[in-house]
Design a protein around this ligand. Structure first.
Ligand code: ATP
Ligand code: MG
Length: 486
């Protein structure tokens, strides 16, 4: 099925994209796609239903048990810190440490005359291990592969995102101090500090996850934490096709676009799958090319051999030592890159990015926060203006029109599915306006009672502006991929 994604023989015309070309519209992948929703349509936080007295009693018992466990944990944690040889923690193996914790806990429980069943004892031991070695209550969520995002709104409310849907968990911190202690553990590991005068911070967890926090008094109801979990196995093009993020035809088109070195912007809202798409697109880059990546938090995982990764750095406590994305980008231009990939363009680096795209580093890619291709262009214009570049709007626009070839729009639909809702080419300028043409789009056809969105991908009927280039480079896409289904 993925013969589509095979690179063509150099020089020779591309072997016919049989899977695409021979398929009659009916057999094409652009058939209505059903989304796999999870609890689709339901509000994220359900309104508490009426409960009978037995249920209320059971809930009350469970709440009391949790409170008791939580109090025990605090007491035991204190004792652990007194009794554990902290200096030996680093070198101790997990098994040794766990058995040492279990022994100390058993002794302490006996002293306190507390009897726990085996299950509670196991949970308690694991929680304490997480508390000492890891990030406390966050630890099980970090280990859970199905969780994408962890969002903490104060000590008592931890939300997670699974399959595109936000849900409230029953995991809590003991209190704000507990939460602050975990935050402190994270930020001090990267040499930062958060306090009243320095109330927010970006960091990367040991496993590569992206972390941001904001503490009171700026965070009004308790500290706010957002974690974007790092996925070791990033979604590749075939996965995205399988999940219905786009079709095989769109993938074939994108392969041609990346291979023919079009400059591509992936645009989308927060958490819409921009970085995932960028990462997947990068797989089409030839293995011989030298690719430099620049990010605020290194998330991209390129598979090529010749990759140089850069990560910007905020200023230290004294306000010194900042290295911005723009600094990295300027330096990158002196490092003989074939392509430059900027994880997200959000500020003054836009100038250098556009210049790089215009001056021989074609095939470069980035993402921006925007809700449509047109909106993306406005964002770029605004960023140029905010960078303090005093250029007439028309000049800015022609810079953009010359630099950017393609805008891929990612979106998280309301049922939680992530889709590439539009692929739009920039074709030049018409007077003062940047002209563009949409090639593929996601058409929403309706919604199922459960909230699942029904829709399909379709071509717009417009042939690519870059068709000749594709052909010259050996990517002879069949005309049928541009034909819409009516
Ligand atoms: N098509 C998809 N299907 C299922 N999950 C996806 C898809 N695309 C992305 N994801 C998952 O969604 C989460 C968010 O994706 P990603 O980090 O790419 O979003 P983003 O738009 O870059 O977010 P941000 O704006 O925070 O940078 C990730 O955990 C990713 O694995
Ligand atoms: Mg991202």
């Amino acid at each position: 099925m993925f013969s589509l994604f095979k690179k063509p023989e150099t020089g020779a015309p591309r072997p016919s994209t049989a899977a695409v070309g021979s398929g009659a519209p009916a057999s094409r992948a652009m058939t209505p796609t059903a989304v796999k929703p999870v609890a689709a349509g339901k509000p994220s936080i359900a309104v508490a239903p009426q409960r009978n007295p037995a249920e209320v009693a059971a809930l009350d018992k469970e709440r009391k048990r949790k409170e008791r466990m939580s109090e025990l944990k605090v007491e035991l944690h204190k004792r652990l810190l007194e009794n554990l040889n902290l200096a030996a923690l680093e070198s101790a193996s997990e098994v040794n440490l766990k058995s040492e914790i279990a022994a100390i806990v058993a002794e302490a429980l006996e002293e306190m005359s507390v009897v726990l069943n085996k299950e509670d004892r196991t949970v308690l031991n694991q929680d304490l291990f997480d508390e000492v070695m890891g990030l406390g209550p966050l630890e099980p969520l970090l280990k859970d592969e199905t969780v994408n995002d962890i969002l903490v709104n104060g000590p008592k409310r931890i939300f997670i995102e699974r399959n595109g849907k936000l849900q409230l968990t029953d995991i809590t911190f003991k209190d704000e101090r507990h939460l602050l202690r975990i935050i402190d553990k994270i930020v001090s590991a990267v040499g930062r500090r958060v306090d009243e005068s320095n109330p927010y911070c970006d960091a990367r967890l040991a496993d590569g996850s992206r972390f941001n926090c904001m503490v009171p008094p700026v965070a009004v109801d308790g500290s706010l934490v957002s974690i974007r979990k790092f996925k070791k196995d990033k979604l590749a093009i075939p996965d995205l096709v399988k999940f219905g993020a786009f079709t095989e035809e769109m993938a074939a088109y994108l392969q041609a676009a990346v291979s023919c070195r079009l400059n591509i912007i992936v645009s989308g809202g927060t958490g819409s799958g921009k970085t995932t798409t960028l990462n997947a697109l990068s797989s089409f880059i030839d293995n011989h090319e030298r690719v430099l990546t620049i990010e605020d938090t290194a998330e991209l995982q390129l598979q090529q051999v010749h990759v140089g990764r850069m990560e910007s750095r905020p200023a230290n406590v004294e306000g010194k030592g900042a290295v911005t994305q723009r600094d990295c980008l300027r330096n990158a231009l002196r490092m003989r890159p074939d392509r430059i990939i900027v994880g997200e363009t959000r500020g003054e680096e836009v100038i250098d990015m556009l210049q790089a795209m215009n001056t021989g580093h074609d095939g470069s890619m980035t993402t921006i926060h925007a809700n449509s291709a047109r909106d993306g262009i406005s964002r770029l214009e605004n960023m140029v203006a905010m960078a303090g570049i005093d250029m007439p709007l028309k000049a800015v626009r022609s810079q953009i029109a010359a630099a950017v070839n393609l805008i891929v729009q990612a979106s998280r639909l309301q049922d939680g599915s992530r889709r590439m809702v539009s692929i739009t080419e920039i074709t030049g300028m018409e007077g003062e306006v940047i002209s563009m043409q949409e090639i593929f789009r996601y058409e929403r056809l309706g919604i199922e009672p459960g909230g699942k969105i029904i829709g399909r991908f379709n071509a717009t009927g417009v042939r690519s502006h870059y068709s000749d280039r594709f052909r010259q480079w050996g990517y002879d896409l069949p005309a049928s991929i541009y034909e819409p289904i009516v």
